[in-house]
Design a protein around this ligand. Structure first.
Ligand SMILES: [Zn+2]
Length: 251
């Protein structure tokens, strides 16, 4: 089955870069959105993925850089595509209240356009050909990672924002991991509950991932190759994700 990724935003918050976390995962005819940072609706259109094609949005946590783009996405989609099927939104407790309060304050009624499922860790949800399992992460607020399986042969883990969490039963062919900091700023990674690129590389190696993408990178590192070389000490097949990077994972 054809599987591909389009990174729509790969950075940590920075007002000037328009690079808030959001990643489109295409599996056959299904389209999942992993997080929904600011500006995501414009970026979906820019890369040719229509708003009405998104089947589900998987949110990690309620920090604004991961969720704030969902509100205009739902509003535009509802107004433009009245017949669009309802959008599944998965996320930790609090997502329903966040959306309800936003829409209520904005005097907008999405009707049945959104179906929210609030999840704890270790829960599985089937989305078409995909099974998404939630992975509890270690961040400053309740945060879920997702391990996304397609059949028996492919799995993608989306683990951000978090300190490195090693779960022995986790299987990842492809790992997208928080790499907010360099190892030289490990103290900040620990303080703010993020990971370093070095830690992401070490985890990818332990999990047996064939491909690692560094993600949620702080804008203090203008040269992302520096972080790639750091992670490659443990995991050679590592790339710093960049906005609009398109990756084919299976044909
Ligand atoms: Zn966060």
């Amino acid at each position: 089955m054809r599987i591909s990724l389009v990174f729509l935003g790969t950075g940590a918050p920075d007002a000037g870069l328009d690079d808030m976390p959001a990643t489109a995962l295409r599996v056959g005819s299904s389209l999942l959105l992993l997080d929904s940072g600011e500006g995501v609706q414009h970026k979906l259109v820019k890369v040719g993925l229509g708003l009405n094609k998104v089947d589900a949005v998987l949110l990690t946590h309620l920090h604004s850089d991961h969720v704030i783009g969902l509100v205009p996405l739902v509003q535009t989609r509802t107004l433009m595509f009245k017949s669009a099927k309802s959008l599944s939104v998965l996320g930790p407790p609090g997502v329903r209240r966040f959306l309800d309060e936003c829409f209520s304050s904005l005097h907008f009624d999405p009707g049945g356009a959104v179906e929210v499922q609030e999840l704890g860790g270790g829960e599985e949800v089937k989305l078409g050909e995909v099974v998404a399992r939630t992975e509890p992460l270690d961040h400053t607020v309740v945060t879920l990672g997702y391990s996304i399986s397609v059949g028996a042969g492919f799995s993608l883990c989306y683990l951000t924002d978090t300190r490195p969490v090693l779960r022995e039963d986790l299987r990842c062919s492809v790992l997208i991991h928080d790499s907010t900091f360099s190892w030289v700023d490990l103290d900040k990674a620990i303080e703010f509950k993020h990971s370093t690129a070095l830690e992401a590389g070490a985890l990818a190696s332990k999990l047996g991932a064939r491909l690692l993408f560094l993600y949620h990178v702080s804008s203090r590192y203008r040269d992302r190759e520096f972080l790639e070389s750091e992670a490659r000490r443990f995991h050679f097949n590592t790339y710093a994700a960049t906005k609009y990077m398109h990756v084919y994972l299976s044909t």
